[in-house]
Design a protein around this ligand. Structure first.
Ligand code: SAH
Length: 336
């Protein structure tokens, strides 16, 4: 529940407004039961426990990278499903990468999360719990969030927006929209819907190819929304929100990493002020696609920057702990 919803529910139960505020603050601290809300009278705690349920993710596995401190947790959900969350430690603060669905139905050719299809959407409470419990378990502040874990956030639109409202609340986790990034494979209708909300978050679009021919090979969503339509949606997004879209581009050996692809990307993005995040493909054994060679990555980056498109190669964190892209959940499923 959002704070106003909780206030309304408490009012309907003839409870004073400050009780709703108290409970909301406890929820932001990740308590697992009403019993722990020690500044509420005992009979009220019992009444609330009868009436409401609390979401509490249970850690199944946790791995911490010896290389860079990146921590990944596989959580059990109340119905026995599981999702994973990653905590990345940067100099400028801690970022939590959360999942938005159990599995994914977008079918990208290089991605581990989509292999078993989509099982279900995550609720807003489950996403919020990923953030809060990851912070608690690492005993550290959460400074930023990226919606780049398992799932397609815009395919779970309403729950994701509700989650953003919750996590942004000053009386709760209090994470500013400017510290939140949402990544999408490019669902154009939902990009427009998101733009209309004027949130100050960063929208990242997983482009992975500048042209329909290559993109269609990697991403089935391209059959629904082609590259031209996607670029147009990104421009509308910028016009409506004043926030530039950034692009993600995973370099796949001999598929999307040729000089032609780099030049085509320059042709499409030059002058838009958009930033490109390059990442060498993370190898997923089921997928048969290979990461680009290091020198190809360098050559590709140079063509972009020489052409006036800013690009950075993303540093890989947690490569020793299967930190990327649904690999931990996939690993657990393989064992079954
Ligand atoms: N569904 C959303 C967000 C989740 S994926 C999206 O598509 O953007 C987060 C990012 O990881 C996306 O850019 C996705 O394309 C990328 N990704 C998935 N599998 C990958 C892999 N094996 N190597 C590198 N990047 C990958």
């Amino acid at each position: 529940m959002t704070r106003p919803e909780l206030a309304a529910a408490f009012q309907a139960m003839d409870l004073p407004g400050y009780r709703a505020e108290q409970v909301f603050r406890w929820l932001g601290r990740g308590v697992g039961s009403f019993e722990e809300m020690t500044d509420l009278p005992k009979d009220l705690r019992a009444r609330l426990a009868e009436r409401f349920g609390l979401t509490a993710l249970v850690p199944l596995r946790r791995q911490v990278s010896a290389l860079d401190g990146t921590a990944k947790t596989l959580w059990a959900l109340s119905d026995g499903e599981s999702v994973e969350t990653v905590l990345m430690r940067y100099k400028h603060g801690n970022t939590v990468c959360i999942s938005s669905q159990v599995g994914c139905r977008m079918g990208c050719a290089f991605c581990a999360s989509t292999i078993g299809g989509k099982v279900r959407d995550l609720t807003a409470a489950e996403m919020l719990d990923e953030v809060i419990r990851t912070g608690l378990s690492a005993d550290s502040r959460v400074d930023g969030i990226v919606l780049m874990g398992i799932g397609e956030p815009l395919d779970n639109f309403n729950n994701v927006i509700r989650f953003l409202t919750l996590v942004n609340d000053p009386a709760g986790a209090n994470i500013g929209m400017r510290h939140i990034s949402l990544s999408t494979c490019g669902l154009v209708d939902e990009i427009d819907k998101l733009a209309a909300l004027h949130l100050q978050l960063t929208l990242s679009v997983s482009l992975h190819a500048p042209d329909d021919g290559t993109r269609a090979k990697l991403m089935p969503v391209n059959a629904r929304y082609g590259v031209d339509e996607l670029y147009a949606a990104c421009q509308r997004y910028f016009k409506t929100t004043g926030r530039r879209v950034s692009f993600e581009y995973a370099l796949v050996r001999d598929v999307n990493d040729t000089p032609w692809h780099a030049r085509e990307l320059v042709r499409r993005l030059r002058g838009t002020g958009s930033h490109v995040n390059l990442i060498r493909l993370n190898y997923v054994s089921e997928r048969g696609l290979m990461p680009s060679r290091e020198d190809t990555v360098r050559a590709f980056t140079k063509i972009l920057t020489d052409g006036g498109v800013t690009a950075t190669v993303r540093r890989r964190l947690g490569s020793d702990i299967d930190a990327a892209c649904g690999q931990l959940r996939r690993g657990e499923m393989r064992k079954l």
